[in-house]
Design a protein around this ligand. Sequence first.
Ligand code: V1P
Ligand code: CA
Ligand code: ZN
Length: 392
Amino acid sequence: QIEKNGIGRPKGYNVSWHSNPDIEKHHFGHAHPMKPWRLTLAKGLIMSYGMHAAMDTFVSRQATREELEDFHSDEYLDYLKTAKVAAPIDDIPVDFNLGGSDCPIFEGLFNYCSMYAGASIDAARKLCNNESDIAINWSGGLHHAKKAEASGFCYVNDIVLAILQLLRKHPRVLYIDIDVHHGDGVEEAFWSTDRVMTLSIHKYDGLNFFPGTGDLDRTGPDSEENPGAHHAVNVPLADGIDDEQYVWLFKTIVGMCVERFQPTAIVLQCGADSLAGDRLGRFNVQVQGHGSCVSYCKSLNIPLLLVGGGGYTPRNVARAWAHETSIAIGCDATLDPIIPMHTPYRQHFRYDTIFPTLEQILAGENRPNRNPDKKIREIIASVTEQLRFVNC
Ligand code: V1P
Ligand code: CA
Ligand code: ZN
């Protein structure tokens, strides 16, 4: 019998949860798919199950200017701080890719960015100090932001900032990204180092699907002088991948990366737009399959940072991140799948359970799986070959 703290957490196993209701109040504009209130929905679900009692909870703070400068340029941060809300001119972004339809300038923008970044930095520090085994920031995971450019709903790259914190203590960090989009900003930031391996699984079809990068042979600039060569792993997929294929692929590839790279910390971006029924995504992954990726990472017993990311059908985002919180604290096996009556905004959850069936989610929408097993095996063979060049 394992001695337990709170719901299902072995004594001495610490999970920290970093959030701030201020983040949830921001609005990108009513037609914009990114809805920070999905975090309110997720938090309500997590708390209605009482899971907060099994975690160390922290109200996150704004990242300082100095912390943001660890990755972002001065000029970009100045502009981000002073950018004024204005009607977009023909929807063309003005400077630093700010102000178009993807990255609008909205009320409180700088506050929003510095708060989600502050939460990821704090979470990383908890891991560095051995105060947490798993640290969670569902408001983070904004993987497209560049040093001096906003991109794809992302303004500040909290993941890069968190990894930079981890690198102060950890020799090697593995970044894993299960958002349906390519984690281009994080990949590019660590393009030239062998201390960070990046792995992104995403939808890819050439230039049509945002951001248009992430082909299998994009493995890092290949030159004798670049220690980061071969340290970018990209897994491009077609529409409709299901749980069985996705989880098998995830475990196989992550297993190989861990064996070869021997990370001392892992950052898992849990973008929920890889779920079936997502407004922007194209996959048929279910809450169970998405959660299995988190379980697998937890089973490796390596300090783990969980961040959010995309996710554009808010009720499914909340389901996935609540389920993944239960995995982190170890109460997933005993969690009642029926959503508690007293859950705030319960009317948003169209079906009563955390795990609606694929038929319920897709209701009438046919999304065939365009990923033949042969293609999946070819991807694994290619990554196996790539990893032969990685030494740690
Ligand atoms: O496709 C594009 C750009 C706009 N075109 C000129 C190309 N943008 C996408 C951006 C998706 C960002 C995903 C972010 C994340 O990875 C991390 C948080 O999940 C886009 C899409 C789309 N269907 O891909 N923007 C929009 N839709 C959009 C729709 C309505 C209003 C504003 C933006
Ligand atoms: Ca991804
Ligand atoms: Zn995404």
